[in-house]
Design a protein around this ligand. Structure first.
Ligand code: RP5
Length: 166
């Protein structure tokens, strides 16, 4: 049974911005589950999710939160699974605060992070992590990359034809 992805978000107000992550996972045939759990409003729920994530068959966790977000770091405190922060665009600092709280974690409990509002890349990164132990997923990822590459060639031809250049 292939490992799946747990997408945890700090609030249901994060749902729209995290949606590209699960769309990518769907497109690659990767199983995922979603949960709302806040590191400061429901810390016990975050801890319970994190402590049972591995036994439930998750191989990677995407943690979406905005503000001075600590969801990814708190989640990682309770699991040794890889945790990837998805900094949400919000508030006075527009997500910079969430990004810095993820990438400036003190040593010993690492988390990775995509860029601010980087849910789409979070989906691809989670798939890449799982592909290390899932050759079929690795093949689907490779097919996606090839398709993406061919689209660049098509875009090149479109732009040249629009400008009347060869
Ligand atoms: C964070 O605070 C959540 O992840 C969300 O990005 C932000 C605002 O939450 P709400 O006040 O909209 O519930 O914990």
């Amino acid at each position: 049974m292939p490992l799946s992805v747990l997408i945890v978000m700090g609030s249901d107000s994060d749902l729209e911005q995290i949606t590209p992550a699960w769309k990518v996972l769907e497109s690659l045939g990767v199983d995922f589950e979603v949960a709302v759990a806040s590191a400061h409003r429901s810390p016990d729920r975050v801890m319970a999710l994190a402590r049972t994530a591995r036994e439930k068959g998750f191989g990677v966790v995407l943690a979406a939160a905005g503000g001075a977000a600590h969801l990814a770091g708190v989640f990682a405190a309770h699991t040794t699974l890889p945790v990837v922060a998805v900094p949400i665009v919000m508030g006075t600092l527009g997500g910079v605060d969430a990004l810095l709280s993820a990438v400036q974690m003190p040593g010993g409990v690492p988390i990775a992070s995509v860029g601010i509002g980087g849910a789409r890349n979070a989906g691809y990164f989670a798939a890449a992590i799982l592909s290390a132990t899932d050759p079929e997923l690795a093949a689907r990822l490779e097919a996606f990359r090839l398709e993406q590459t061919s689209k660049v060639g098509e875009a090149d031809a479109r732009v040249k034809s629009k400008l009347g250049k060869k």
